[in-house]
Ligand binder design. Structure first.
Ligand code: NI
Length: 188
């Protein structure tokens, strides 16, 4: 099932999402829905709050990026992260122009550390601890932020934020062009 994507301004995107208890929901079906929704929107990552579910779960698939320039090998980077804990962020910081399915048609540079160590449950509820760097780390950091109610625009300077205010308000009203179904908090 493909869910509409929740737009910027909805309070669910600002909450700290709750841990998932093993067996408390049909996680397999939900994960499938998350991937279906992400692919329908041509995204490379999707966090559960973006479909209105305030739980600690996100999915990524960077494999569609593999032919693009400046992206390292993404083979196998199709993953589900349940109850992730970002244990460490390290390395040099680097800038990259990020976007977000909940903030359509806006891309801005965000600075983040290049490496992460993350502990999580996979789709089979196996505990894993892995390290990622570069674009993979970037995608994980962006999606992980969603679980803590954070969005990439939060990293921008006050000036930049003021400049985007009108566009963000339009997005909250659903006045934005997307090729995917959206749910906007201020839509009349
Ligand atoms: Ni996002």
């Amino acid at each position: 099932m493909v869910y509409p994507i929740i737009m910027y301004g909805d309070p669910v995107l600002r909450k700290r999402a709750k841990e998932i208890e093993e067996g408390s929901l049909d996680i397999k079906a939900l994960i499938q829905d998350m991937f279906d929704t992400m692919y329908a929107a041509h995204g490379i990552g999707l966090a559960a709050p973006q479909i209105g579910k305030s739980i600690r779960l996100f999915v990524v698939d960077g494999t569609t990026l593999k032919d693009e320039d400046d992206v390292e090998d993404m083979t196998g980077f199709r993953k589900t992260f349940i109850n992730p804990v970002l244990i460490e962020e390290k390395g040099e910081t680097w800038e990259f122009e990020e976007g977000c399915l909940s903030i359509p048609n806006i891309r801005e540079n965000v600075t983040r550390p290049e490496k992460v160590k993350i502990r999580y449950r996979d789709e089979g509820w196996n505990q894993r601890e892995e390290e990622y760097d570069g674009m993979k780390a970037r995608i994980i950091q962006h999606e992980y932020d969603h679980l803590d109610g954070k969005m990439f625009v939060d990293y921008l300077t006050p000036l930049k934020k003021r400049m985007l205010k009108g566009k963000l308000t339009d997005i909250s009203k659903g006045e934005v062009d997307t090729e995917y179904r959206i749910s906007a908090p201020l839509k009349k």
